[in-house]
Write a protein that binds this ligand. Structure first.
Ligand code: AGP
Length: 618
């Protein structure tokens, strides 16, 4: 059964628009794209307008490669838009590169985000004889604008009418040959910022794009559309139609700080990006989940495999699928896979491989051997066009955007989100969860980002305080029961890999089978203790450690007075997160703890010693 491969969308791309009073805009746009390079790219494109004609150059590849091939600087005009694509669905290609245009090649659009209802929009547009060239979701935008222009709207009205039809996240920048002195841009969830220069105006996904040109900036807020000309910036709320007035602000960041959006390190920025990363992970089309669930359901043998944090995400996913869907599966570290498990596979087997980079050699070796034995391969990855996507029968994009910090944070919670949603869909398919309960679980999953936002707002300082107190302790232990064992193991890995603190992580019930010999007065034991079915037992484990003088640090549900009263420190999580979803929230304080201990010890959490972001060797 051939699996679908829909090129859906990009997230965390670099987008840039510019109007100059005089001079060629193309070289300036390329330089701006180079300043957005840290956002990752797999294809690049630019559009300019001169004498009411649209010029476009785009191709697959890095900025330097595409520039060498097509000379991006050689484009006429003082007005233009430019884009670097971070693909999350579908291999990078020239046809999928931005800008995308309408049928008459008058409207050019660049987009960062995920348009969830693009399939139905595309179907309607094709019914109205629109011809599509790419397979991205983004391409519906120029055709929708084309429709509105044909109906007599001006460019601003056309964009407003268009974005009202879009569901999902978008930051778009629109150029039209009939409006040679105007750029219109709009945003919802994806970032967009305007730069106001002396004889120029800019818009971009990030401030670094125009920071060397001006430090006068203006943020677009949710559901706002901006019309840019050299003489004015006019902001309209696309929902109410009201014109918004907003004063620009002066950017005081350095370029490096701006790339981190003001955070000290990419790792902290990426921890804070998790609410959006989970929302984006949930935007993958339902069709993928139904497909993968069917394949898993019909397989005789199901394996999950990955390395490091990806392996931990496999553990969480397998746990949820067992608990919700009654799925028997094997979770095997990828580097151990081929020793014995490969020989147990055949064409009725399925291997679910997790790899955010899609390039981890151990994972690829396991997948290659599994394929050689006829097993179906499903992968969950963050990089479209990566090797694992090419080895997969179907791949699910986790849509996390580039993760610059070596320690995986938002890519962990994104992967767990994907597997949790898959567990819910599989459980429904197997008749173990009613439609009502399925919808309730999916709703609870959709609410997790807000829970994480509140954790970040309310508990960051508390975690930092605990880190300051414990930063010189020689070792830590992380304990949890049920799915919280996975959260404990992942938290331990963070502390190990960026703070270099020798740490242990165990199923809490294992303590008395050996680990407890480690415990002496003051030894820090971190309990991941949600108010789920393991709650009463974890209290017993805490008391065991307390009796031996351990320093108890508990991650608990807010108001859990029982555990708070027996803990030396506690971090409170929002109530009501379903047990199988607790890793998504309870891992956040552990990520922060590792980050703050590392920083307190004077380490650079973005570049931990001995580690690479992607381990492409065996
Ligand atoms: C986790 O913080 C580490 N960066 C590392 O364990 C990583 O998860 C592992 O190397 C797997 O990487 P992948 O997801 O790109 O395959």
């Amino acid at each position: 059964m051939a699996f679908l491969r829909l090129d859906v969308s990009q997230i965390m791309c670099g987008i840039f628009g510019c109007i100059l009073k005089s001079g060629d805009v193309a070289p300036l746009m390329r330089q701006a794209l180079e300043r957005l390079e840290y956002r990752g790219y797999d294809s690049v494109g630019e559009a300019t307008v001169q004498s009411n004609k649209l010029f476009i150059k785009k191709d697959k590849g890095k900025i330097s490669e595409v520039h060498a091939a097509v000379n991006l600087d050689d484009m006429p005009g003082s007005i233009g838009i430019a884009h670097t694509r971070w693909a999350t669905h579908g291999a990078p290609s020239k046809v999928n590169a931005h800008p995308h245009t309408d049928c008459d090649n008058k409207v050019a659009v660049i987009h960062n985000g995920i348009i969830e209802n693009f399939l139905e929009l595309r179907e309607k547009l094709e019914h109205s004889s629109h011809i599509f060239k790419s397979r991205t979701d983004s391409e519906v935008v120029p055709h929708l604008i084309e429709e509105q222009l044909r109906n007599g709207s001006d460019l601003l009205e056309a964009v407003i009418e268009t974005v009202r039809k879009l569901k999902g996240a978008y930051a778009i920048v629109v150029l039209c040959s009939s409006y040679p002195d105007t750029i219109v841009c709009a945003r919802k969830e994806s970032p967009l910022v305007i730069g106001i220069g002396k004889d120029a105006v800019y818009c971009a996904s990030d401030i670094p794009a125009f920071l060397p040109l001006t430090n006068k900036a203006l943020l677009l807020e949710e559901n706002e559309v901006a019309l840019l000309t050299l003489s004015k910036v006019e902001i309209t709320n696309s929902e109410t139609g009201e014109v918004v007035s907003r004063a620009p602000f002066e950017v005081t960041w350095t370029r490096q700080a701006a790339e981190k959006s003001g955070y000290d390190y990419f790792m902290l920025k990426e921890i804070y990006e998790q609410p959006q990363a989970i929302r984006n992970a949930l935007r993958t089309q339902r069709i993928y989940y139904d497909l993968v669930a069917s394949r898993i359901d019909s397989a005789d043998v199901v394996y999950f495999t990955g390395c490091g944090t990806a392996y931990h995400a496999c553990l969480a996913g397998a746990y949820s699928m067992a608990k919700l869907a009654g799925l028997r599966s094997n979770v095997v570290i990828a580097s151990e896979f081929n020793q014995v498990h490969t020989n147990l596979l055949d064409k009725k087997s399925i291997v679910v491989a997790l790899s955010q980079s899609g390039e981890t050699m151990d994972t690829l070796n396991a997948v290659r051997e599994a394929r050689a034995r006829g097993a179906s391969i499903v992968s969950v990855t963050n990089v479209m066009g990566s090797t694992v996507t090419r080895l997969s029968d179907v791949y699910v994009g986790q849509n996390s955007g580039p993760e610059i910090g070596v320690a995986a944070t938002k890519t962990f919670t994104a992967q767990v989100t994907v597997l949790t949603r898959l567990a819910i869909v599989l459980s429904k398919k197997r008749g173990r969860t009613s439609s009502a309960d399925t919808e309730n679980l999916l709703e609870k999953l959709a609410q997790v980002p807000d829970a994480i936002t509140s954790i970040l707002k309310q508990q960051d300082d508390k975690v930092r305080e605990v880190a300051r107190k414990c930063k010189n302790l020689p070792s830590f232990c992380f304990l949890g029961r049920g799915i919280s064992e996975v959260t404990a193991i992942e938290g331990r890995l963070k502390l190990l890999e960026i703070a270099y603190v020798p740490s242990l992580a165990y199923a809490a019930g294992e303590s008395k089978h050996g680990f407890i010999a480690m415990v002496e007065p003051g030894y820090p034991v971190i309990f991941v203790a949600p108010n789920d079915e393991t709650h009463s037992k974890i209290i017993g484990n805490i008391m065991e450690m307390k009796a031996r003088g351990a320093h108890i640090i508990s991650i608990v549900e807010e108001g859990d007075e029982q555990i708070k009263s027996i803990s030396d420190d506690f971090i409170e999580m929002p109530r009501g997160i379903p047990g199988i979803m607790t890793p998504l929230a309870f891992v956040v304080p552990l990520q922060l703890l590792a980050y703050y201990v590392a920083v307190e010890k004077g380490h650079d959490p973005d570049h931990p010693r001995n580690l690479a972001k992607s381990v492409t060797v065996e």
